[in-house]
Design a protein around this ligand. Structure first.
Ligand SMILES: [Fe+2]
Ligand SMILES: [Fe+2]
Length: 333
């Protein structure tokens, strides 16, 4: 690779300590901190279609309005959130983990480098995910199928099919919500096998709806962001509120609405994880278990994806409080 070649986030995270890079990324987040000498340094997270990386721009870093341009003020640096930037940096070893230093950052022509083009997206083709989603809808009985077909239309469907499932931690990319939802629903249905008394269609519909609130808790502007409501009400409560609105509009017979509402409210499994009630039905227990499983599998796969040469065990994953390992495995037939 030539020294002048632009590197993706994935390529940078595979560099060895001491190696330098240049690249074009969108700024997902940046935060000012003070160093011991009173200078300002920044914690910066950037992304491109291959992933996201967090790094530091120490007080000696240069922030410019364009390549070879004027220096940026602190306010101007702050306003770079959501914009595309050119970056020159280096990776270092910090206590056994890779640390990324951003040495020079410059604002790019936003028309030439639209930030939306730099947002990562689900590795699964959109049509495939949509097809799997509608297949699960189609597996439900007449009433639930009609309800789901009636609500996943227009703006709600567009958001649900394009939004991330989170802004960091898991499925934080375009169509991440759809990918996560389809996986949770398929995993949940897979778990039902031995349990003949479980309602498959309540599991299917509940899994499809469990993170419904995320269409209001997040927005793309153009990078994934938490809305004000998302941060003070959270997607669990927002999902239930939206579900109630939809039930009022379209109607749902008997206790079906209570079953599905219970799955939405209990899907985080425990009160300390943000659910006001714990799962109290067979179907809610299964959806909640599948949701947690999909989250853990995602973190595991991500941890292993970023293994560097000679590294057997992943870096420590804060949200799951563990490192991951794969070792050698027999081929899956
Ligand atoms: Fe959730
Ligand atoms: Fe979820």
């Amino acid at each position: 690779m030539g020294r002048d070649e632009l590197m993706t986030v994935e390529a940078v995270l595979r560099l060895r300590p001491g190696e330098s890079f240049k690249g074009v990324y969108a700024v997902r987040d940046l935060q000012a901190n003070r160093d011991r000498g009173g200078g300002t340094y920044w914690s910066v997270t950037v992304m491109d279609p291959t992933g996201a990386m967090e790094g530091k721009a120490w007080s000696s870093a240069r922030w410019l309005d364009r390549r070879e341009g004027e220096p940026l003020s602190e306010d101007q640096i702050q306003s770079l959130k959501g914009m595309s930037v050119g970056v020159v940096g280096q990776v270092k070893d910090y206590r056994g983990s890779l640390q990324v230093d951003f040495r020079e950052l410059y604002r790019l022509d936003q028309d030439k480098y639209p930030p939306l083009d730099l947002v990562p997206r689900s590795p699964f083709p959109q049509e495939e995910l949509e097809e799997r989603f509608w297949r699960i809808v189609g597996s439900c009985g007449e009433e639930l199928r009609g309800f789901l077909e009636g609500i996943f239309v227009g703006d709600l469907r567009d958001r649900f099919f394009s939004y991330p499932a989170a802004v960091s931690n898991h499925h934080a990319y375009r169509a991440g919500l759809l990918e996560h939802t389809v996986h949770v629903a398929e995993a949940a249905l897979g778990m039902c096998g031995p349990y003949r008394d479980v309602s498959l269609e309540v599991v299917a519909a509940g899994a499809l709806l469990h993170d419904l609130g995320k269409v209001r808790a997040y927005r793309m502007s153009p990078l994934p962001e938490v809305t004000v409501e998302g941060s003070v009400l959270d997607h669990v409560a927002m999902g239930y509120a939206l579900f109630e609105e939809l039930v009022r509009d379209r109607g749902l017979r008997g206790e079906l609405a209570v079953h599905l509402g219970h799955i939405i409210l209990s899907h985080h499994g425990q009160k300390e994880y943000g659910s006001p009630v714990v799962p109290q039905t067979l179907e809610a227990l299964i959806v909640s278990a599948a949701d947690e499983l999909d989250f853990h599998l995602f973190c595991c796969r991500e941890g292993l994806r970023w293994l560097r040469d000679g590294q057997a065990v992943s870096d420590f994953n804060r949200s799951t409080q563990r490192r991951f390992w794969t070792g050698e495995l027999p081929q899956r037939p």
